[in-house]
Design a binder for this molecule. Structure first.
Ligand code: HEC
Length: 335
């Protein structure tokens, strides 16, 4: 991003300096006087331009210095199948990823904005989703006598939370709270690349790095010490589809694909909508342009003349006619 900006800036600079030099060469005097005239006429615009330019440069410099001084390794960009305006999310991956979430992550992380009905038609059939929901117990009530009771889950229920409250979650995890994963891909810088790198990036801490008891080293996590241990490894989950080997990177890819879907369940619909809007608006803009030309053509091609001599002649003729009429009236009276 920064290098692109820099490239663009240097190109723009080269072009403008060339333009100025050429202009000065061709017509030295008039170029400099017209520039001075322009500056004298637009002092506010000039001030605005200078200020915005300065602010842009400051932001650019800050961004570069923050990137360079951050205490983590930047996640490499992966070649995700769902990236790009015309690619849908890999639903097989979402299905396998749900299995990984359920078997590994759900013991610590909630997914509070996803209900079983959201899974139906995406990564489970309706029957499968119903069966999944029935596997949990939900407290409902109050009934007619005012008591709360437990019932098996329904499609409309949300995925269960592993801890009843944050305090319980913290006390079970060395004081660190496992965040809700519903929006984690949208909420972290780097998105899916970050979560993938985090899950697969555990390694030995470098020499001299002091790790507190209960923390693990992960270079992609800010500060390097994370309270979540390495959970994704080869074959920690076994897939029903034997053609997909449950290697660590495959499991991480699948669970991240599931989390991408979870943070934007309507993502595919939005891409379809974008295609529709682009096609329809291209058509409508074309028609609007044609109609505008049609309606304005009479107005734009008519000619209005202003000829004072003609008008003078006409008014003289009129006054002459009037005086003649008046004199003939007088004659009539005399008779
Ligand atoms: C044993 C409990 C446990 C399990 C199981 C677990 N996590 Fe975590 N996770 C944590 C804790 C605790 C944190 C908070 C870490 C911290 O703040 O130091 C965390 C943090 C995270 C974060 C946020 C990191 C950040 O940038 O703040 C992500 C993403 C995450 N976990 C993903 C997963 C995924 C995906 C799985 C399943 C493959 C999983 N976790 C399984 C305990 C767990």
């Amino acid at each position: 991003m920064a290098s692109k900006l820099l490239n663009f800036g240097s190109k723009l600079f080269k072009k403008t300096t060339q333009l100025i030099i050429n202009g000065a060469h061709n017509n030295r005097r008039s170029a400099s006087t017209s520039a001075r005239n322009w500056i004298e006429k637009h002092p506010k615009l000039l001030a605005f331009g200078t200020l915005t330019g300065a602010a842009g440069l400051l932001m650019f410099a800050l961004d570069v210095s923050v990137e360079a001084s951050s205490d983590l390794v930047h996640p490499p960009a992966q070649n995700w199948g769902h990236k790009g305006l015309l690619s849908a999310i890999d639903k097989e991956g979402v299905r396998r990823g749900y299995q990984v979430y359920k078997e590994v992550c759900s013991s610590c992380h909630s997914l509070q904005y996803i209900a079983y009905r959201n899974l139906a038609g995406v990564c489970l059939t309706e029957e499968e989703a119903k069966a999944e929901a029935e596997g949990i117990t939900v407290q409902d009530g109050p009934d007619e006598e005012g008591n709360y009771y437990d019932r098996p889950g329904r499609l409309s229920d949300y995925l269960p939370r592993p801890y009843a409250n944050e305090e319980l979650g913290r006390s079970a995890n060395n004081g660190a709270y496992p965040p809700d994963l519903s929006y984690i891909v949208s909420a972290r810088k780097g998105g899916e690349d970050y979560v993938f790198a985090l899950l697969t990036g555990y390694c030995e801490p470098p020499a001299g790095f002091a790790l507190r008891e209960g923390l693990y080293f992960n270079p992609y996590f800010s500060g390097g010490a994370i309270a979540m241990g390495k959970l994704i490894d080869n074959e920690v989950v076994s897939y029903a589809d034997e053609e997909v080997a449950p290697s660590a990177s495959q499991l991480a890819k699948d669970v991240v694909t599931f989390l991408v879907w979870a943070s934007e369940p309507e993502g595919d619909l939005r891409k379809i909508l974008l295609i529709k809007v682009t096609l329809i608006s291209t058509f409508l803009i074309g028609i609007t342009y044609y109609i505008k030309r049609l309606k304005w053509s009479a107005l734009k091609s008519r000619k209005i003349f202003y000829l004072p001599e003609l008008q003078e002649k006409a008014s003289k003729a009129a006054s002459k006619a009037a005086s003649e009429a008046a004199s003939s009236k007088n004659d009539n009276c005399k008779k």
